[in-house]
Design a protein around this ligand. Structure first.
Ligand SMILES: [Fe+2]
Ligand SMILES: [Fe+2]
Length: 474
């Protein structure tokens, strides 16, 4: 159970470690300062129908009620400890899971935790202006729920830094509040987290694609031999599921609305579709191409000695490591990666240990393909003959073997000049962004009402009706 009587809610018996408690209570006002500055714009007085964790058990953790976001009980929640847990892969396989940081892996683990932690406030910063153009009160509540949970994910990583990394950890925790998404002098660490999220289509795409990267990174860290990191990530994953739900259903509802309008008015030319105030499917495909490719870069280089070391040292596992049936050491096996040779993309087998980034990226791609297939079914159900395609994984990449090459969504290698000429067919242009944003100039917040460009969801939050007052503006 979570103790909510303390200043910092927690299930780690924080009160027993005075020094740690004081350090975190010192960080808390700095966090609140960051939230007031960089959290959702002009939202501090709103009462939002939010869920709050009451326990870390899988069945009973959510409680719903109106909360002003600055009063949200951000805290420290870890999945309970399994006394028998072991390091399940790499050179330390079979040892009891570590309860303290092994000295030789200290700086590596700190870097892993900081890199994960940095993404959490970044996405809040990226999304902070979207409340002003929300398509409904339901959606406004959902973005706020995502935002407060990303704030809690920051707390999750900051707890680890404070508890296990001493002064270095405290300094890193401060830096996490100092960097800013998109800032030229002090940007966030990873590329996709410095891209703007300028409109709601981008927001839903981000929560579908980029929060899912979060899921896969957390799944890999949930396998870590460093037990507190594992237990932290396991609880974060329960929150992440909701973010991806928001993204998948958000894009799905936009597709549905577009298709309904196309059917009703018997139009299929994108400019006719746009004239009816909905987003043409071609533009949705371009957003998909952008968010997919930018997110694929987050997995890092296809061949990486860092990834191999993380694994061999027991710090970061594979997706569903303990469900995989092999030796969990990977010294003998190979894995295919791709590279560009002349005008061709060729497969090349490399030691599996060095290809773990690529493998995690491939696991992610499988799940993405399933989600895109579900969007396709929304179109198919209306009988409209449009097909979404997932671009080739070399398309529009800036990291790894494909960086510096100019590859079409179909997987063709072009010259830079030819590729640039056709870029506007594949990626959103300034005109596309301007059009999407022209639909989102004001917010729709009358209970039960939805903007013209999106269909209502199948059901409300926590069994509430669609016209429930999800946000009170005061
Ligand atoms: Fe997160
Ligand atoms: Fe998330």
């Amino acid at each position: 159970m979570i103790n909510y009587t303390e200043k910092i809610p927690n299930n780690v018996d924080l009160g027993r470690d005075r020094v740690l408690q004081r350090a975190l209570e010192h960080w808390q006002p700095a966090y609140m300062g960051w939230w007031y500055d960089m959290g959702p714009n002009e939202s501090h007085n709103y009462e939002v129908y939010l869920r709050t964790a009451t326990s870390v058990e899988p069945d009973g953790w959510a409680q719903f009620g109106y909360v002003k976001m600055p009063d949200y009980r951000w805290g420290i929640f870890l999945q309970p400890r399994d006394e028998k847990r072991e390091v399940n892969f790499g050179a330390h396989q079979g040892q009891p899971a570590w309860q303290e940081v092994p000295g030789e892996y200290r700086s590596t683990l700190r870097r892993i935790i900081v890199t994960q932690g940095d993404t959490e406030p970044a996405s809040v910063e990226q999304q902070r202006m979207l409340g002003a153009s929300c398509p409904s009160m339901y959606d406004l509540r959902n973005i706020f729920q995502v935002n407060v949970e990303e704030g809690r994910h920051l707390w999750a990583m900051v707890y680890l830094l404070h508890r296990y990394f001493g002064r270095d950890g405290r300094e890193e925790a401060e830096s996490l509040l100092a960097r800013r998404s998109g800032d030229t002098d002090n940007p966030r660490i990873l590329g996709a987290f410095n891209e703007p999220t300028p409109d709601w289509l981008a927001f839903y795409m981000f929560t579908f694609f980029t929060d899912r990267d979060g899921k896969f990174q957390l799944c890999a860290l949930a396998e870590s031999g460093f037990d507190p990191l594992s237990r932290t990530c396991r609880f974060m994953l329960t929150e992440e599921a909701h973010h991806m739900f928001v993204g998948e259903t958000g894009v799905g509802r936009i597709i549905q609305r577009t298709c309904e309008v196309m059917k009703e008015h018997k139009v299929d030319d994108p400019s006719d579709v746009r004239a009816l105030g909905v987003i043409d499917l071609q533009t949705i495909q371009k957003y998909l191409n952008f968010h997919y490719s930018v997110t694929l870069d987050l997995y890092g280089s296809d061949v990486s000695s860092n990834a191999a070391n993380y694994f061999t040292n027991g710090l970061k596992g594979r997706f569903r490591e303990t469900k995989l049936e092999d030796d969990h050491i990977l010294s003998e096996v190979e894995y295919p990666v791709y590279e560009v040779v002349g005008e061709k993309i060729v497969a090349k087998k490399v030691p599996a240990l060095t290809a773990l980034n690529e493998r995690l990226r491939d696991d992610y791609i499988d799940e993405i393909a399933d989600g895109v297939a579900r969007w396709q079914r929304v179109i198919d159900a209306t009988g409209i003959p449009f097909r979404f395609t997932l671009p080739h994984k070399g398309f529009h990449r800036e990291i790894g073997n494909f960086a510096g090459h100019f590859i079409t969504p179909g997987g063709e290698v072009l010259s830079e000049e030819t590729w640039k000429k056709r870029e506007s067919e594949w990626l959103p242009t300034p005109q596309d962004h301007a059009f999407v944003q022209s639909l989102m100039t004001g917010r729709v917040v009358e209970p039960g009402k939805f903007a013209n460009w999106i269909a209502p969801p199948a059901r409300g939050i926590n069994n509430q009706p669609l016209n429930f007052e999800y946000v009170r503006f005061n």
